[in-house]
Design a protein around this ligand. Structure first.
Ligand SMILES: [Zn+2]
Ligand SMILES: [Zn+2]
Length: 142
């Protein structure tokens, strides 16, 4: 059976469901993610577009260009509470990434890599054996 997982924004207006496991689980330490999520790093679960279904609530989209990568990201957020629940990115066509802190249970998937470690905060430790990259991870051309 393919597992489904639910999540949503902080006010509960936006609800989504994902089917199956993420293609990749990433922690991003870039300054852009630190600022856009007002946090130390971003926890990101990337899925094929069709694996994510928005069930309830209005979702607004705003485009930003990362000052570190120079590429666009389109943030999807709840207009009522401002929580960013997902984004699409220029670098990943056909994919959508869930801001994984918005899962009802954010512990269910694994982190495959840490990226933009060059701007990692000094009190954050990366577990041994997890791939890490000083800058972004560029997917191999297919
Ligand atoms: Zn909300
Ligand atoms: Zn980032």
């Amino acid at each position: 059976m393919i597992e489904k997982h639910l999540g949503g924004c902080v006010c509960g207006a936006v609800r989504y469901q994902v089917t199956g496991s993420p293609v990749v689980g990433t922690v991003c330490h870039c300054k852009f993610c630190q600022r856009r999520l007002a946090s130390a790093f971003a926890v990101l679960a990337s899925f094929k577009h069709e694996a994510i279904e928005f069930l309830e609530g209005e979702v607004h989209e705003v485009e930003h260009r990362s000052d570190e990568s120079g590429r666009w990201l389109r943030m999807r957020f709840c207009p009522k509470c401002g929580t960013t629940v997902a984004h699409t990115a220029e670098i990943r066509p056909g994919m959508m990434t869930i801001a994984a802190g918005t899962f009802d249970d954010p512990s269910w998937f694994t982190i495959d890599r840490h990226i933009w470690v060059q701007s990692k905060l000094p009190w954050v430790s990366i577990p041994a054996g997890v791939a890490s990259y000083m800058q972004g991870y560029v997917p191999p051309a297919t």
